[in-house]
Ligand binder design. Sequence first.
Ligand SMILES: [Cu+2]
Length: 108
Amino acid sequence: MAGFWAFFAAFFLVLGLPARAEDGDTTITIKGDKFLPDEVRIPADRKVKLTVRNLDAAPSEFESSDFHREKIVAPGGEITVFVGPLDAGTYEFFDDFHPEDRGHLVVK
Ligand SMILES: [Cu+2]
């Protein structure tokens, strides 16, 4: 019976992943003053939830002049921002407390 439930759980895990990717909701991790991933693909013409999780010991500020968001992320904490619907294109974001740390939203 345990085998059945493991199969059942794995089945929904596999089914769940494409659904999440399709709706565009994405988690971005900050670690070692880097965004992981530093390139995030999201669908155009849809509101998307970005979760930004800071695994570093210092605060970060998730910011974008291109899509007009600015939010402090406490050490060990996470924030959510909603973006879009955006036109297709590339939008830069950065950590305002570590400005060399940059990434892009690629909207398609
Ligand atoms: Cu700022």
